[in-house]
Every structure is written in C-alpha cells, then in structure tokens.
Design a protein around this ligand. Structure first.
Ligand code: UFG
Length: 323
C-alpha cells in the first residue's frame, strides 16, 4: 500500500516506517522535526518537511503520495509537560490532528491508524486493563488523545473513515538502526541508560509512596518493533476499532532500574524524589483483543530483551542522532 506516516521521524514512527518498508509498502513521511530527527527517517521513504498545522501542505502531500492509508504518530507525548502546558497538547494533538483527518477524508484514504495511549484510562479500576474500562485521564496528554479517539468515532459514523486506534503502553527498545532520542529526555529507560553510559551521575525515582509493592510506579513496557508489527497488521481490510498494545507484565521503576543494571553490568545510583504530577500508579495491558482480532504476537516480550536492544542502540549512538 501507499502509506502516509505523520511523525515518521520520531521514536516509534521511525521504526514503524522501517518495518513498513521491509514489508513492501511505499512510505511518505510527514514530519515537522520539532520532536523527530531527519536522520531517523529511513532512506527508502519519501520525506516531507511540514507541519500538521498547515492544512494545505497536508492536502498537497497526501495527494502526491497517493495515500491509501494514514498512520498518525505525530504528537506531543509527555505526561509531565502536559501538566504545565496543556494548551500545547490540545492544540497539537487535537487541533492539528483535525487538519489531517479532513485531508484524509478529502483524499478518500481507506484506513486511518492512530497512536493513542493507555494514559486515556487514568488510574484503572483493575489491571490488566481491557479496552472496555472507563477512560478517565488524569493529565491533559491522556485527555487530548481521548478527545481524538472520540473525533475518530464521529468521522467513521459521518465520513465512513475506517480507523484503528492503538492504546500503547510504554514504548521502549530499539531496532538495529533506529532508537530513542528525545532532545529533552524524560523517559525512564533512556534516563537510566544515560547513567550506565556515564552521561549522568544518577537516576531520579519519581515517587516511592505509591500503593505498589515497592512504592514506585508500575508500567507495561512494549518493544517498538512489536508496536510496528501491530500497525502493519492494522492495514488489512476490515480491521478496525480500539486495541491495547502491551505485554501484560508490569514492572516497577525500581525493577526497571535493576534490569538496566543487569543488562549493562553497570551500577546505577538513584535518588528518591517526590511524585511526578499526572502519573497513575499502575498501568498494565490486557492485549488479548489485539492477539485474537489482529493476530498480533510480540516478539520481544521480555524486559531484559527490550532493555538490551535499547542499550545496543545507545552504545552505538551515545549522543543520539546528529540532528
Ligand atoms: N520515571 C522516573 N524517573 C525518570 C523517568 C521516569 O522515576 O527519570 C518514572 C515516571 O515517574 C513513571 C515511570 O518512570 O512512573 C515511567 O515514566 P516514563 O516517563 O518513562 O513514561 P510514562 O509512563 O510517563 O509515559 C509514557 C509515554 C506516554 C505514554 C505512557 C503510557 O511518555 O506517551 O508512557 O504509560 F502515554
């Protein structure tokens, strides 16, 4: 298929583009490079440097690409930042996303695949979390993604735009070529690996008084190559709806730090800090729906393998991408 990928220069998008190309699809990447990196775009893809706030640029690029499917990764995705700058999240994740949706309808795109998040649920009533749990986000990031999920339902109803929305749990790991480089890094695994690389003295633990066995937050870490495979499966006709993507195993912040120490063979000093606003204590996926309806099966379910691929990439790219 001709696939139009927004945010294809970003962390998850770059690996998805690589896997789409490996699977024989033709890919156009549309990215404004505020979060992404030009050198994270697979050389086999066509690259368009433009912004989703520019409705005309989206229309032009979509038409030129002959897109049959759109995969929409481009977004701001930091829980902490969204608690201090909510406007950025609603403007970019909802407002600019609408430009893309309208252009997709106009260009008669057959399938729209959206990067949603487990942050749409807020603190869940139970774990593992199934897709039918109530969605009550506790940060503007999760709220902005939930709003876009609602918009998608109406575009399906009114414009017959078929969509798949994936609620990612915590994306982690790397491919041989592409990995995680945020200009300001706030994510746990890359921050711990920075200490292992000698680029930081210690790792902060945000909150040690959560109602979890060791007092730190629990998350379900999922390899980005496995996320990418789910997007490829979603392109098949008839596949539609909301799907959780996670491994169904939760690891606390302390457990992740220990896994990083084991993988790297380095001691990671830590410092305990107060809770980070907006963090739910425990998020763990039930992903049976994706297994059963999409035939999805993660290849890297083990935390040590996930961290191992991230460590391999960070060792090869200690300063991340050049741009
Ligand atoms: N954490 C630390 N120290 C750090 C970084 C993070 O203790 O240096 C803690 C956080 O407070 C949190 C956990 O580690 O409890 C995971 O934090 P991340 O920042 O790695 O990931 P989040 O769970 O906050 O958010 C990520 C993505 C979101 C996505 C979400 C789904 O940034 O886009 O996963 O859970 F929605």
């Amino acid at each position: 298929m001709n696939v139009f990928v927004t945010g294809g220069a970003g962390y998850i998008g770059s690996v998805c583009v690589e896997e789409l190309l490996n699977a024989g699809h033709a890919v156009t990447v549309f990215d404004n490079l505020t979060e992404g990196h030009r050198s994270a775009v697979d050389r086999r893809a066509t690259f368009v440097h433009a912004c989703l706030s520019d409705r005309a640029a989206i229309g032009d690029a979509l038409k030129k690409s002959g897109a049959e499917a759109v995969i929409h990764f481009a977004a701001n995705a930091l829980v902490g930042e969204s608690m201090t700058n909510p406007g950025k999240y609603f403007r970019n994740n909802v407002g600019s996303g609408l430009n893309l949706l309208d252009a997709a309808v106009e260009c008669r795109v057959q399938k729209f695949v959206f990067s949603s998040t487990c942050a749409t649920y807020g603190p869940p009533e139970r774990v593992p979390m199934t897709e039918d749990l109530p969605q009550r986000p506790i940060n503007p990031y999760g709220e902005s993604k939930l709003m876009f999920e609602q918009v998608l339902k109406w575009y399906r109803e009114i414009h017959k735009l078929e969509f798949v929305a994936f609620r990612y749990f915590n994306a982690a790991g790397a491919s041989a070529q592409f990995g995680e480089h945020h200009r300001i890094e706030t994510h746990l695994i890359p921050n711990v690996l920075k200490v292992a690389l000698g680029q930081a003295r210690q790792c902060e633990i945000f909150g040690t008084d959560y109602p979890t066995p060791d007092g730190t937050c629990i998350r379900d870490y999922i390899h980005i190559a496995d996320l990418a495979q789910a997007h490829i499966l979603a392109l098949a006709p008839g596949r539609a709806g909301f799907f959780n993507l996670g491994n169904g195993e939760g690891y606390s912040v302390r457990e992740v730090i220990r896994a990083c120490e084991e993988v790297t063979g380095k001691k990671v000093p830590t410092v305990e800090q107060p809770r980070r606003p907006g963090d739910p204590p425990r998020l763990v996926a039930a992903a049976a729906k994706a297994f059963n309806e999409l035939g999805w099966k993660p290849k890297f379910p083990k935390l040590h393998d996930i961290v191992g691929t991230a460590w391999g990439w960070h060792q090869k790219h200690p300063s991340g991408y050049a741009d």
